[in-house]
Design a protein around this ligand. Structure first.
Ligand SMILES: C[S@@+](CC[C@H](N)C(=O)[O-])C[C@H]1O[C@@H](n2cnc3c(N)ncnc32)[C@H](O)[C@@H]1O
Ligand SMILES: O=c1cc(-c2ccc(O)cc2)oc2c(O)c(O)ccc12
Length: 234
């Protein structure tokens, strides 16, 4: 289910003009051409709104640069906007473990990833995320080895992903969770929320409360896109 807000934009800023100003002034001029290409390809998909927002993506790339991220993990690839963003940001010998149960959508963006010359950085795993993460945990070398994680998949499992990612991401590393405002529903009375959004709303509210009390991470919830929460592993 993909929704836009009442002023027609995907973002949380209350004026379309302000949101467009930010995009036109600071985001689009610096967005790599091949990321634009993935956006254009994705626009034909009925669930195109699931793609990571370019403004949130710009912050994600900045965080990755700031910590010199080299080994990263992504849960929820879709057509690959955030995946290509990361692949373009990390060094030539960087590695991304990219997990999604749907390979067809990954393959929509794959020609662009190949054109960018960054496919060698990507290990795509077609799988339910929990089983792929459990498998990664079986290898002791993976524990505490990831610099950066991006989670943009089924909201109902975020807390389970969090527990595993805390074991995989090193101290000083960063985990970013997408959709932590879940289409604005976290702050709506439940009776106004569409039935199909309620399970994710419930788990997102619980997860946000949990993170607020989790002293293993320092957090900041940022109102870009559908809301992202940045967790710095302590
Ligand atoms: C919001 S989209 C990801 C968007 C992506 N980050 C981008 O920038 O385009 C969510 C993705 O998560 C995947 N997904 C949802 N639940 C999953 C699960 N339990 N295991 C693996 N993948 C899952 C879906 O197939 C979908 O491609
Ligand atoms: O239906 C959606 C919409 C989004 C979304 C909304 C606004 C933004 O600025 C970015 C993304 O994201 C979704 C998502 O991540 C998902 O897993 C399912 C549905 C949607």
């Amino acid at each position: 289910m993909a929704l836009s807000n009442s002023n027609g934009s995907k973002g949380l800023l209350q004026s379309r003009e302000l949101f467009e100003y930010v995009l036109e002034t600071s985001v689009y001029p610096r967005e790599p051409e091949l990321l634009k290409e993935i956006r254009v390809i994705t626009a034909n998909h009925p669930q195109s709104l699931m793609s990571t927002s370019p403004d949130a993506g710009q912050l994600i790339a900045l965080l990755q640069k700031l910590i010199n991220a080299k080994k990263t993990i992504e849960i929820g690839v879709f057509t690959g906007y955030s995946l290509l963003l990361t692949a373009l940001t990390i060094p030539q010998d960087g590695k991304i473990t990219a997990i999604d149960m749907n390979k067809d959508t990954y393959e929509m963006g794959l020609p662009v990833i190949k054109k960018a010359g960054v496919e060698h950085k990507i290990n795509f795993i077609q799988s339910q995320a929990l089983s792929a993460l459990d498998e990664l945990l079986q290898d002791d070398e993976n524990r505490g080895s990831f610099d950066f994680a991006f989670v943009d998949a089924d909201k109902v499992n975020y807390q389970k992903y969090h527990e595993i990612l805390l074991q995989l991401v090193k101290v000083g590393g960063i985990i970013v969770y997408d959709n932590t405002l879940w289409l604005r529903t976290v702050a709506m009375p439940e009776e106004f929320v569409k039935e199909e959004l309620k399970p994710s709303r419930f788990y997102t509210i619980e997860f946000n409360k949990f993170l607020a009390n989790d002293d293993r991470v320092q957090i900041s919830q940022v109102p870009l896109g559908d809301g992202i929460t940045i967790c710095w592993r302590l």
